[in-house]
Design a protein. Sequence first.
Length: 558
Amino acid sequence: MSWSGWGDPAQARELPESVRGLLRDLLGVRAPATPAAGLESVRLAPVALPEPLLKALAEIAGAANVRTGHEDRVRHTRGKSTPDLLLMRAGDGSAAPDAVVLPGSHEEAAELLRLCSRERIAVVPFGGGTSVVGGLAAERPAERPAERPAERAAAGSGFAGVIALDLGRLDRLRSVDAESMVAEFEPGVRAPDAERLLAGHGLTLGHFPQSYEYATLGGFAAARSSGQASAGYGRFDDMVVGLTLATPSGTLDLGRAPKSAAGPDLRQLVLGSEGAFGVITSLRLRVRRAPAERRYEGWRFPSFTAGSAAVRALAQEGPLPAVLRLSDETETLIGLAKPDSIGSGGSDGAGGPDGSGGSDGAGGSGCLLIAGYEGAAIGARHAAASAVLARMGGEPLGPEPGRAWERGRFSAPYLRDSLLAAGATVETLETAGFWSNLPRLYDAVRLALLGALGPAHPPLVMCHISHVYETGASLYFTVVTPQDADPVAQWQRAKTAVNAAIVEAGGTITHHHGVGRDHRDAYGAEIGPLGSAVLRAVKAELDPAGILNPGVLIPPPP
């Protein structure tokens, strides 16, 4: 994976001149004044961990699995949010860990956590490195003598150093229970490898988020990931029937049955905990039969309001396709549902940036809906869902828009890298709400972005509905704006305004990206002072020294 961008560097591409012209003429984007830094020129602080502690880490994980080289440290610095990438492109490695440590078993992970707790070494669990919410950079605050234990655990103060605990060696499929339809994995298995291993048993997870090519199963659980086919397969947290968690205070082994009335479900404390409570070392996951057939297609609706009503009808009345995504007018015009084709203007119907599009009419005015069906004998389900979409005012566009979306479903992050190199700031953010509140939430986010990033060059703001439920759905926004002199601060101002707007409008601060550091304060406002205190109490019990991912997720005390 690229150290300063997304994915395979060989897949990086130049923007078409048509897109460059659009950026220049519509948004005022100009090329950056300085070129991006090379890997060798990234500035790192000297390794802070003393040699005796490095030796102690090596005695547990093995000398070959404790790495302090420049490239190892750079590749474990931050995640893949736009601010993360802007800082890395500027050569800023100030958040780099002192060492990268790779445990080979649950026992090694648990022993490493005990050592780090005793010696006050901060630990950042690291899977695929795909966090987009500042979830992979530990804070290193100074010690405050008056802190109570719970406060110290939340703040994580006074560290000897920071390690990235890379779970890449924990990469096995341990077992498959075909009768119960449960598979047990180690957390470092990457999503494509999980699908390949399950395919040998005729099974699938059905979990395909945009980070699919690089993210790990442990990361999916730690961040409550949601895949593009969530309408058919559910969110990743729906798939977790059991897990094992290593903490500095001991081991939690959770999940004895599909459902239980034995008190609160402690799995829910781990799912979404983003490494702040412990390190997931095993996952028992519900699996499904691999689909015999997949079919994707496009529909056009005259407006986002009309399309939203159709999506809600499917969510509440059924039958629900496995994939259901509705782009608003701007996203449809730009063609962002098919990023591989942006700027092509070809006859495949992908459409150019002016929406002129091709023969199937998938570009231009209105709103594009992508529906996907997976499974066996999907004909009846497809016919019934199509009848609902037609009744609600949809115009069928045939299979080509769906195929174009399928081809480009993992390509948008590569497009972001190209836009950053051209001088544009491009970032995504998401929220979710009840159907009755979605229009208010949609307007609130758009207005916050326009207010924070305008008025000289109003940003391009696009949105789609996805991850639908009977009661509501997710709103996923993409924003493009010219970089100013300090693009990191520019986006932080916008993000602060949007976070406040989401909380005020009654939405959740995140549907599937996670909390990290970027959403921590807004998350505290969402759950309130008592909810925040409960989280700090749990952390103080499981991680009394506050070494695990300090600064991430847990709202600090007032």
